[in-house]
Write a protein that binds this ligand. Sequence first.
Ligand code: ZN
Ligand code: MN
Ligand code: MN
Length: 278
Amino acid sequence: MKIGFHVSIAGSIDKAVDKAVAEDYNIFQIFTRNPRVWRVTPLNPLEVEKFRKKVKRYGIHPLFAHMPYLPNLASSRDSVYSRSMESLTIELERCIKLGIPYLVTHLGSHLGAGKAFGRRRIIGAINDSFSKIKGEVILCLENTAGTRNSMGSSFEDIKKVVDGIIYSDRIGVCFDTCHAFAAGYDLRTEQAVNTVIEKFEEVLGWERLKVVHLNGSKGELNGHKDRHEHIGLGKIGMDGFRNILHSRFREIPLILETPLDEEKQNLENLKKVRELMR
Ligand code: ZN
Ligand code: MN
Ligand code: MN
């Protein structure tokens, strides 16, 4: 099974590999840079080489990168939109340099301009980026919690975006369990999990699913709150995760974005997942 965490690149990008190896998981996700600012420092070629060497040595595959927080691919503000488009191109290029095959992105917020407007923006940004880059990287569209004006909280909404993209073979989907639950997809019982899987398959096609973000949810079903919780705690519950981990989702690379707090750290969540999978 492929399982790992979102890990920090503090110090140097290759430190992420050390962390994964030390904590005993076989895949991971990173931000390739500080996600809280617009400014991008170019990749240091020596760091890139170290990163690639370590990834190869430990056989870590597949790797995931996540888009930074500030870009909004659906923004109705022209200046933010053009910066966001540029950020997407830059991140795709950084993934190619680092040998990371998948970049995960949220679809952004239309800020009140409406879903159809937001969708045109997202499709425009993605088509523009792929027309500029050379490389094999796949962009994974992540389902969102459905907070106000946010795009992509339902499989149908994601599908409408996918349908507008010329480079369809470059598009994957990331299924976040916390976001899905918050957006109204129940995952607590075996039947509920199977219904979600069938729906995903019917609307998007199972082969689009490249990664699962395995996160508990502090918020209620359909509560539209993007608040991650530890595995088995929160509203999805222990049975929910047992059911998720005994479904077809277990065959997909699992990335945990669980909190780091006094209650639990990565190792405890990893242990819990392994236990629930048995
Ligand atoms: Zn995300
Ligand atoms: Mn996520
Ligand atoms: Mn989230």
